[in-house]
Structure formats: structure tokens, C-alpha cells
Design a protein around this ligand. Sequence first.
Ligand code: MLT
Length: 240
Amino acid sequence: MRVDIINKKEDIVPLRLAGKTVVVIDVLRATSTMVAAFENGCREVIAVSTPEEALALKKQLGAEGVLGGERKKQKLPGFDFGNSPREYTLEKVNNKILIFTTTNGTILINSCIHGQETLIASFRNAVSVVGSLRNKEEVLLACAGTRGTFSLEDNLLAGYLSLLISRKYHDSLLSEGCKSAIKLYKLLEKDITGILEKTPHGHGLAVLGLEKDIGYCLEKNKVTIVPRVKTRAFYPRVQL
Ligand code: MLT
């Protein structure tokens, strides 16, 4: 198994995704929120790029659709949820279809549709994501980053996943990028929450009173679900 990493969504080259299993990573907070929604019974997440597309889809879906996501980390007008994973409770999302749009995460998912398979990763489902990579030949750890720049939290999850992969699959061949991410993860793992609270993204969440999201998104291996893109017609539809 060959494993590589990209550190921002702008580095995706669709033609190079053919035959690859793409693991989508947006720790703060899109992929963590999607995992939370599925954990609480959400049936499907439709990943759309713009709020306008989301609102149009909601009109088609009616009561079974709920709208979630953010711009500038905040809930959008007319939406049911923002992008805090803690909002997506059983009472609110069980059996619903979530129409979801975020600044980076859902755009990355839309860019990954040329991969052979696309999986959704967070710290909360990391071990299960790695378990589902058995027999894959080419794996790409695709970090969303933030508006065209590197995000430490995404690279740390890629490092953690790379470490788990290297321990589980003895035939794995990690790129230099993955090996560096492991080194960084090992260096910072003892105080990831404290470190992320000081990054621009973490600080931005704290300013909005959302600092609890950081701790939540960094909890490891709380669930065994692995959401994946099942249908790609019009929009990527993510299911369990
Ligand atoms: C994104 O997709 O850019 C993020 O999930 C932003 C956020 O923290 O809400």
C-alpha cells in the first residue's frame, strides 16, 4: 500500500486521483461534524459547495432534509445548524438527510469525486478508517487546510493515520510527507488541544465561544463508523 498526503484542497489534481482511495480530513470541523451527524443517526450527507445550492436542494427534499454548515465559522441564514459537531444531536438529525456546505471541507469532498473511493476521517473514527484501508493499493490522505494554507490540525490527523497505517500494514510505503506528519504528531501529541487553541483556526473558534469544539474534535476513536461517498451524481452523497 502506497500512502501519500496533500496539505490543502487546492493541491488536489483530479486526474491523479484515478484508482486512489482518498481519505478526506478536515478536523476543525467539517469531517468531525459529518462523523457526529452519522453517529447520531443521520441517513445521508449531501456535500455541496455553496449555500445557494444547499438552499435549492432543501426545497426539493422538504422535511427530510436539514441544512448545516458555515461561512466564517458561523451558521448561515436560513440554516438549521452551524458547523459545531455538538449541535448534531440524535433528536435533531436521526434519520435526516443533511445538506452540508462548509468553507473548505465540502469543497474538498467535491474535488475528490474522481478517486476510486472517498472516505471521511476524523480523530473520532481514525482506527476504523485505517481498518477499512486493508488491501488498498494507493491511499491519499487529503487535508482540507484553510483557504489555501496549511492547517496544523489536519496534518496532525494525517500523521496519526499514517502512524496507525504503518503499524497495521507492514507492506505500507509512506511518502516523505506522511513520515514528516508522523514526526510532528509524535512531537505534539501530548498537548494537541493546548496547541490547537493557539492556532488561527482554534483562536477563531474560541472568539465565537466554540472552544469546546476543539476538545470534541480531538477525541480519539470514540466511534467505529466510516462514512464514505456512495453516489456521485450531481453531488457527492455520503453514507455509512
Ligand atoms: C471548513 O470546512 O472550512 C471548516 O469546517 C470551518 C469551520 O471550522 O467551521
